[in-house]
Design a binder for this molecule. Structure first.
Ligand SMILES: Nc1nc2c(ncn2[C@@H]2O[C@H](COP(=O)(O)OP(=O)(O)O)[C@@H](O)[C@H]2O)c(=O)[nH]1
Ligand SMILES: [Mg+2]
Length: 338
């Protein structure tokens, strides 16, 4: 067994920190470590926390950690903030905000600020979640700024996703992207102590109602008044008000999230979603593995193709098709054309 994997399974916190660094830097052998850990994963409940910068995600995450610690749960946190690539303000802020948990051996907090040279942020984040799962976390919170494709990908890998909104952050109905509704399992309208919280709640209620109509129309079956669709009862994201700084509404947020997880595991639709998430994970791994293998095997051909495309001698579509054919033929760079 990989020595770092062994330390993680022995619940050695410094071993966990080391495992996270191996994944971040993609140090040789990190895949072997993940292979050893995988059989010990699958127990953690992964909760995504996303929303605009400044909405209160870190403050709420900190409160949720305290709430679940109160239930005796072991908690992991993965804070992803690519908007501060120089590990500046936001990450430091998160550290300070969650500092009181740093002394607690049953809380592990990991900040990821930079995109690794290879594979990207979502890849590192999801591997880190798996490490914390193997370490024995009952809950892993993943805080991401809801902006880019990477962040959406991370959120889709969560079981339950909390979208944090706040009044006065341009979270108005126009600013609420359609994608947010698709990923939100629970909405927190945080900073409910501020003016405009009611308007934000109303906007969201309207969005959820509209979204339901759209979903019913696209799926092509009617959803009855009780919400019973062809696949059983659906999930309508509840909207909870919170004041994270004063620890108000935090228990309600935690309850709604827990209800969502129960639903996810018991309904037919929830099972489909779990399967879809696993499929996405597999596709990601395969994409990565295939690109890595191709870069290894036909590196020079890929480089040549890039230059040909740049000179407009060919187009990227034809070039990619040709490269895939070359790769499937098992050709290695340096070998002559047959
Ligand atoms: N008034 C008020 N301020 C809050 C609340 N929650 C967080 N804040 C403050 O909003 C700022 C941003 O919070 P933070 O948790 O870092 O937001 P994030 O960027 O979404 O992680 C901080 O100064 C918090 O103290 C709240 O419920 N009410
Ligand atoms: Mg934050």
């Amino acid at each position: 067994m990989n020595p770092t994997a062994k330390r993680v399974l022995e619940r050695d916190v410094r071993g966990v920190a080391r495992a996270c660094r191996l994944v971040d830097d993609r140090v040789d052998g990190y895949i072997e470590m993940l292979k050893d850990l995988y059989p010990h994963t699958g127990k953690a409940w992964v909760v995504g926390v996303t929303g605009n910068p400044g909405a209160g995600k870190s403050t709420l995450t900190d409160r949720l950690v305290a709430y679940w610690r109160g239930e005796g749960k072991r908690v992991g946190v993965v804070a992803v903030d690519p908007t501060s690539p120089f590990s500046g303000g936001a990450i430091l802020g998160d550290r300070i905000r969650m500092q009181r948990h740093f002394e607690d051996p049953d809380v592990f907090i990991r900040s990821l600020a930079t995109r690794g040279a290879l594979g990207g942020l979502s890849h590192s984040a999801m591997d880190t979640v798996r490490i914390l799962d193997a370490w024995g976390a009952d809950v892993v919170l993943v805080e991401t700024v809801g902006v880019g494709q990477d962040e959406l990908e991370i959120t889709r890998a969560a079981h339950s996703t909390l979208v944090v909104m706040a009044p006065g952050l341009g979270d108005g109905i126009q600013a609420i992207k359609a994608g947010i509704l698709e990923i939100a399992d629970v909405f927190a309208v945080n900073k409910a102590d501020r003016d405009g919280a009611d308007a934000t709640v109303r906007d969201l209620e309207l969005m959820v109602a509209l979204g339901k109509g759209v979903a019913a129309a696209t799926v092509g079956h009617s959803v009855s008044m009780s919400g019973e669709g062809a696949m059983g009862p659906g999930w309508e994201p509840p909207i909870v008000r919170s004041v994270a700084t004063q620890n108000q509404g935090v228990d309600a947020v935690a309850h709604r999230l827990a209800e969502h997880y129960v639903w996810l595991r018991s309904s037919a639709e929830g099972k489909l979603r779990i399967e879809a998430r696993l499929r996405e994970l597999m596709y990601n791994e395969m994409r990565q593995a295939l690109v890595d293998a191709a870069v290894r095997d036909i590196h020079d051909d890929i480089e040549r193709a890039i230059h040909e495309v740049a000179r407009r001698e060919t187009d990227p579509y034809t070039a990619s098709e040709r490269l895939v054919t070359l790769f499937k033929q098992g050709r290695k760079t340096g070998q002559r054309e047959p």
